[in-house]
Design a protein around this ligand. Structure first.
Ligand SMILES: [Zn+2]
Length: 227
């Protein structure tokens, strides 16, 4: 009965190539998982994701699992995850990455996993937060608890193109807030998101989390889109 239940959530075909999956495979077949463009950034403490945050916010370690190319397989996966209701992709990718991060000292000291939140209105429309799915997968393979409640988004604003740099910054700063912050004190937080480009959203989240005494923030994303 459990297998039937799992089959309902996890389709029988690979979301990348469409071929049938074996019992031990979920969402992505072994062949595709092997050939997806991994960055291996987690093995390099001076990687491009770490550099994004230099001089902006104090991040302990940072990495992204895959490289994101326009029209490539990773873009397809993330599109299915974000817009086609295929939550299992986030869970599967999170699991795969977690198995690698588990053996990496920069990440395996994390006490808690926190996904970048969507505004409640947006989440209601989509039905879920794709970063929650990624966090769930990571949580399972890293054996670290995911916390989907403490960090929340209080402002919807996405279109900030015409504002001055200063007001834009102020705007981003106040987007995220914490509830029950005391229980995060002294923790190493793994902040996670789907795709990283400029890092502005993650930076704002990290600033909010770093207001809690003794907190250390590391960042992990599914994919890196160089801009
Ligand atoms: Zn495949």
């Amino acid at each position: 009965m459990l297998n039937d239940f799992i089959a309902l959530i996890f389709p029988h075909v690979c979301v990348s190539c469409g071929k049938s999956l074996y019992k031990n495979e979920h969402s992505i077949c072994t062949y595709c998982a092997y050939y997806l463009p991994k960055t291996n950034f987690h093995l390099d403490s001076d990687n491009p994701i770490v550099k994004i945050f230099w001089g902006r916010v104090d991040v302990f370690s940072a990495a992204a699992f895959y490289g994101f190319n326009k029209g490539g397989k990773v873009q397809h996966l993330i599109h299915q995850l974000k817009y086609k209701g295929q939550k299992h992709i986030g869970v599967s990718v999170g699991k795969l990455y977690g198995y690698e991060l588990k053996y990496c000292e920069d990440f395996n000291t994390a006490d808690i996993i926190i996904p970048v939140p969507l505004h409640p209105k947006r989440q209601k429309k989509r039905g879920y937060n794709q970063s929650d799915c990624f966090a769930e997968g990571l949580s399972e393979s890293m054996n670290v608890k995911a916390d989907l409640k403490s960090l929340y988004r209080s402002v919807e604003s996405e279109t900030q193109t015409k504002k001055s740099r200063f007001s834009r910054w102020q705007n981003v700063e106040s987007i995220f807030q914490l509830r029950d912050a005391a229980q995060l004190e002294g923790k190493h937080i793994l902040l996670v998101d789907d795709v990283i480009t400029t890092g502005a959203t993650l930076e704002a989240c990290a600033h909010t989390l770093l207001q809690v005494p003794g907190v250390k923030v590391s960042i992990v994303c599914m994919a890196y889109a160089a801009h």
